[in-house]
Unconditional design. Structure first.
Lengths: 224, 224
DNA sequence: ATTGACACGAATGTCAACAATTATGTAGTC
DNA sequence: GACTACATAATTGTTGACATTCGTGTCAAT
């Protein structure tokens, strides 16, 4: 955390990590001055960070009130996975058409990292790498639009997962990623679509989206 | 343009208008100081405006280089409409389930404005109102996620439309919006989905997405 | 005792000057 | 004459101080 040039992305990542590790709970207030002290940067930069985090849906900024860690409700969680599915379908579609050997190599390389993290039992790294795998797919699809929106959705997915995961939930293992790579390489568009769909469905099915209760901190938002 | 309290949204809208009216062509550079003079605001605020415009995909910001009006290629244009379709399908789905009489009234009221603008032949207002109709649907669907993403896509749609519209293109008339309202109210989910699909397809079909040439100003982006 | 208003404190929002980076024009050399 | 190196000008990026807004605690009045 003691980096020489604390980049905006760096700080975002650290905050994201804290949320995934449950060190920061949804609803927590994030004071600008506080953050600027912790990270040793100017408040202006903290402001940029919060803007990015808001765009990714990790925090909600209320004018003249401050920034809070978001508390997406079950409906929003479902929307996130619905959209992810639709976008990643499109990504896969394009990848099947234009994938190169070099692309395959990058995917294989990433998969290796995922397997290593799993073997070591490093859960945080696993979650992070899993998300990055999906972002890598979008990158290779060469669509800045899909990439940009998916970025926000993947980040949101982590938050949703933290909030609604069942206790006995196991990690989204890299096995299905292996499958995806193979089927994309084979050029089977329909199969690839199916594979992506079930992969994302598996992740969503691991969640418990039945609860619709409103957290206590949401109260003042309820009354607008 | 001489507003007393030039809001960020206000300025964004004005710039958006200028692009739709072809007063600002894709690739045009937007200097911060220049903008701050024109709108009579501080450069810091211009910076916020540009950030929002970048998020909506209207401008591309290159570090230490400046901001330019985006030039989405045909592929991106297709992605925009693909995503819009998927998102608005979801919006319609939710609306059919939870629409209220009050909601219908708001839609009817908006439709009236659209018809008035069309009758007056006010093309700019027509384009603007048409986009707002779709945003209103998302608002009524009560999903901040769908709303936020759709916002960016609708704005991008305008830009894409300006760039790729055929000469003889006629406006996206309010007739199909009328149809949509009726079928949503009827509760026919399948029909509503179909209606939204064809509506968006009509808009996309009015475009000529065959050209794949790179505009001259993109050159330096090509070489990374 | 409860409620209302007022004032104080703290956090956010805004701005203008300063620093860093990039583009441009000029001179010098081969 | 063309190409490189340097100096200058223009533009973006950053910082710290100032203004504004909102929450909180106190006090008085009913």
């Amino acid at each position: 955390m003691e980096k020489r040039k604390p980049d905006v992305a760096q700080i975002c990542q650290t905050i994201w990590q804290s949320i995934v590790e449950k060190k920061l709970r949804p609803g927590t207030r994030l004071k600008e001055e506080q953050l600027s002290e912790v990270f040793g940067v100017s408040r202006a930069r903290v402001r940029q960070v919060l803007a990015v985090l808001q765009r990714d849906g990790l925090v909600s900024i209320i004018p003249n009130r401050g920034a809070f860690v978001s508390e997406p409700d079950a409906d929003e969680a479902r929307d996130v996975f619905y959209l992810r599915t639709k976008i990643e379908e499109r990504v896969v579609e394009r990848l099947v058409e234009r994938i190169s050997e070099q692309d395959i190599n990058r995917l294989e390389g990433h998969l290796k990292k995922e397997l290593a993290a799993q073997a070591k039992g490093d859960r945080l790294a696993s979650v992070k790498l899993s998300g990055e795998f999906h972002m890598l797919l979008a990158t290779l699809a060469e669509s800045t639009l899909l990439h940009g929106i998916l970025q926000a959705l993947v980040v949101r997915s982590s938050l949703v997962t933290v909030m609604y995961r069942r206790e006995e939930m196991h990690d989204c293992g890299p096995d299905e990623h292996r499958e995806l790579i193979d089927i994309i390489r084979s050029g089977d568009k329909k199969g690839a679509l199916q594979c992506m769909q079930t992969h994302l469905k598996h992740i969503e099915d691991e969640l418990d989206l039945s609860q619709n209760d409103v957290s206590s901190r949401d109260l003042w938002q309820v009354f607008k």
